[in-house]
Design a protein around this ligand. Structure first.
Ligand SMILES: O=C(O)[C@H](O)[C@@H](O)[C@H](O)[C@H](O)COP(=O)(O)O
Length: 248
């Protein structure tokens, strides 16, 4: 397992610009190698700046060959203010010439999230190449992290953390009293590249813990991941504040 590369920038805008440069590089390389770039977008609020940087990129990436997936989704309608798809549509898809058929939202409601997860897993398997272990292989998964060390919808203590077979699963998040559909650990671990984008002082303790021991099966959800591919963390100074104390 590769040691993560850590990029620290002064503020969230500089973090988004640095992450966008790497996103664009990976997109161009993937399209040049295989004619397509399969990327899973993160939910939450942090990706808004990244999406703005991608929409403004000049020269633009080869949007016609980009396929956009989602790391997770809240089980709400696609026009709900909580929807990760709505956030991505407003901040990215409506601003770039990505083909509508290349956007893969997770369409789920609380009543059918298991079916939605199963359908998403089937679509992933049908459209993505298979990694060595048979899991669908993303070229890039963009991930955020909460102060509790969750990523996608892999929350502490959640049963989905033990999923080893399915690429996507439905999960009830007790603390949120809400259903979600999320990519699973094996799917994320099979990706060619993982990119964490984490900003803000509230996340500094979890960042320090996660990067002190990048893989700890008993640790935070982000530490439970054992990625086969390259991992890069993009942090602002506030989120990286605890790192100096832990780095040798
Ligand atoms: O659906 C979601 O909310 C995300 O998948 C989640 O894992 C997010 O990345 C973190 O909670 C960080 O969220 P912020 O970027 O808003 O801090």
């Amino acid at each position: 397992m590769n040691r993560p590369r850590i990029v620290i920038e002064k503020d969230p805008d500089a973090v988004a610009a640095a992450a966008a440069r790497n996103w664009l590089r990976l997109a161009r390389e993937a399209v040049s190698e295989q004619g397509v770039f399969h990327v899973a977008l993160s939910g939450g609020s942090t990706p808004r700046r990244l999406h703005a940087a991608l929409a403004a990129a000049a020269p633009p990436p080869p949007w016609a060959a980009v396929e956009a997936w989602f790391g997770d989704e809240r089980c709400v309608p696609p026009d709900d203010p909580e929807s990760n798809y709505r956030m991505a549509r407003e901040t990215l898809f409506d601003r770039v010439p990505i083909a509508p058929g290349h956007i893969h939202p997770i369409l789920c409601s609380p009543a059918d999230c298991r079916r939605a997860a199963h359908a998403y897993a089937r679509t992933l398997a049908a459209r993505l190449p298979a990694a060595a272990g048979g899991m669908p292989r993303l070229d890039l998964a963009v991930l955020g992290m909460g102060p509790d060390g969750h990523t996608a919808s892999l929350f502490p203590g959640s049963c989905i953390l033990s999923e080893t077979e399915r690429p996507a699963a439905a999960v009830y998040v007790d603390r949120l009293k809400a259903w979600r559909v999320s990519l699973t650990r094996p799917l994320l671990e099979a990706a060619r590249h993982l990119m964490f984008i984490v900003t803000g002082a509230d996340k500094a303790p979890a960042v320090a813990r996660a990067l002190a021991t990048p893989h700890d099966p008993a640790g935070l959800p982000v530490q439970r991941l054992a990625p086969a591919g390259e991992v890069t963390w993009y942090l602002d100074a506030a989120a990286a504040a605890g790192l100096e104390e832990t780095r040798p």
